[in-house]
Design a protein around this ligand. Structure first.
Ligand code: SAH
Ligand code: MG
Length: 208
């Protein structure tokens, strides 16, 4: 269950997932599992904030969440960029490393048995992937080529009746980067049916 304790763990984690969007993400995943089963895949683990919501959903649905990230940060997380956080730099190497933070979040949430970290780049992992998924959440790099590559390589694994969720979708350029919105438009053109939105989170269903 997504109880207050778990929400507190999610709140304490670094990341980019407001409470209401996290709850909507959780509810969409539970519903997707009811319709299409599991497992769940997330692209973009970062420090595990969204992973708490999806991990709680995985526990409820008796499935698992695979969450893919190289843990080196997106372009926009690097030093000098808007979303850089110096606390996420490994002092030994000077490079970003969110994996220890991710592990602590999932441990604090008590979700280690249902959240599986896949540490690597999205596209190479996708090339070796062979499992249909009930729920896919795309929240990785937000450069257009990166976001579109995530969609192209992963959306094929969404089962009929399964759900695709995309984060940071802004229709207006003044509200944010346009790549996730372009991915959302592409998904709609490809036949995914929009079924919900909360903040910048968009939920779509594969109808056939
Ligand atoms: N879902 C998280 C936030 C993800 S931030 C939350 O809501 O809390 C985006 C993440 O995508 C970063 O951690 C970054 O390392 C990862 N990322 C960016 N490009 C990637 C790629 N090509 N492969 C794997 N991970 C990538
Ligand atoms: Mg996001």
């Amino acid at each position: 269950m997504l109880d207050e304790r778990l929400i507190d763990v999610a709140r304490a984690a670094k990341g980019f997932m407001p409470d209401d969007e996290g709850r909507a993400l959780h509810d969409a995943a539970v519903e997707a599992a009811r319709r299409a089963g599991g497992p769940f895949v997330e692209i973009g683990s970062y420090c595990g904030k969204s992973g708490v919501y999806l991990g709680a959903a995985a526990r409820e649905a008796d499935t698992v969440l695979f969450t893919v990230d190289h843990h080196r940060g997106s372009e926009e997380n690097q030093s000098g960029w808007e979303h850089h956080d110096r606390e996420l730099v490994d002092p030994t190497t000077g490079r970003m490393d969110t994996l220890p933070h991710f592990r602590r979040t999932i441990e604090a949430a008590g979700l280690e048995d249902v959240v599986v970290a896949v540490v690597g780049s999205s596209v190479p992992v996708a090339r070796a992937w062979a499992t249909p998924v009930g729920f896919l959440f795309i929240d990785g790099g937000h450069a257009l080529d990166v976001a579109m590559a995530d969609y192209e390589h992963w959306s094929r694994w969404v089962k009929p009746g399964g759900t695709l969720a995309i984060h940071d979708v802004f229709e207006r350029e003044s509200d944010g980067g346009q790549a996730p919105f372009e991915v959302w438009q592409r998904a709609v053109r490809d036949g995914f049916e929009p079924i919900g939105r909360t903040g910048s989170l968009r939920i779509l269903r594969r109808t056939a």
